[in-house]
Ligand binder design. Sequence first.
Ligand code: NDP
Length: 403
Amino acid sequence: MKRVTVLGATGSIGRSTLDVMARHSGRYELYAATAHSNLDELLSICIKHRPKFAILATDAGAADFKQRLRDAGLSTEVRVGVEAMCEASSAKDVDVVVAAIVGAAGLTPTLAAVNSGKRILLANKEALVMTGGLFMDAVRKHGAELLPIDSEHNAIYQCLPEAAQRLNDSASLAAHGVTRVLLTASGGPFRHFSREQLQQVTPVQACKHPNWSMGRKISVDSASLMNKGLELIEACWLFDLAPGSVQVHLHPESIIHSMVEYVDGSILAQMGNPDMRTPIAYGLAWPERVDAGVEPLDLFSIGKLHFEKPDKERFPCLRLAEEAFALGGTAPAVVNAANEVAVDAFLQGGIRFVDIPVVIEKSLLKGSIVRADSVETVIEADRVARQYASEAINELAGGVVIP
Ligand code: NDP
């Protein structure tokens, strides 16, 4: 029996994880579940999965939540705050940590899992983008088992020989004959939108992804291609690749989740219906395979698969992420933080969709980029970038008509 902590249990990835775990209740047991604002969902999770700990990000509603647990006759203990999340990620009783908090908020508890050598199912790409080399060094130092469950990175992982997977630093992917990684992207809901149309798009449209059902932040990131920029950085760190060896392919059907090209001309692709339960089940059971509850893929009904080059002019977020990775140091953390603030402002109707890259670029130009030599340095860069992004938003807000 593996004991699992799910960071971000109330989110889209959290729900999918609990669904897979429930299908294999003899194999996986929920140790701790964390939530931020959705305490109704957390209560339902406690009733169904009976974790040892329920962890709230803040104490808002904690007293009432404890009472509701008691009324339901549950013995789940309630803890509050980041420190409690870190304890749930590092406890000796825990085997697996699913890192599925959205954004920089997931960094500290995810690192706590890394530093205690757990198996980590990484969805929270922002944590890796922010801390890059520090994160991967900690994985190696503490013998953590890092399994990417972002669908693209999981696909790449699946297309690698087991010897390369087990290295977990993949410094020698070239030695395994790998020449390139082909990172697929759906292109999001605005793939064919003109610049003029992009000026008018609403948060509701941006959150309506054509193929995937996801949280609001990643849905906007998919629409702006920032998600692919973050994923490109994620792939470079995970598999120790230079950005030039990772090529983004728009693939609107989202059937191929990514590919690995080998020196003999072979390209291995991982395919499946777009359902996050596949990579989650893979990460939980690796190196075995278990049922994920996912519909089998019917290629006859799909018929055709298409590929296009991304347009970095209409979708500058991809370019900005590439530039940040090339700059190095704290630049990716700055871009990530500015993006989080800009996406939030867009979702709240404060800026237009097309202003997101403007806010990011202004924040990147304003801040000084330093060596990311400690987690504290990165967290400080994140803090300052949020301030710059808020200032950029205030400057923009005057002249903007929100659709
Ligand atoms: P959701 O918005 O659906 O869920 C986010 C989770 O994080 C919720 O449990 C939420 O709690 C919690 N949370 C939010 N803010 C905080 C905070 N300040 N402190 C602690 N917890 C917080 O996001 P997704 O599940 O879609 O995405 C989660 C991560 O996985 C992201 O990094 C995303 O990029 C990545 N990912 C997601 C995919 C998907 O298909 N959804 C695919 C690949 C990667 P609450 O709901 O209680 O407020």
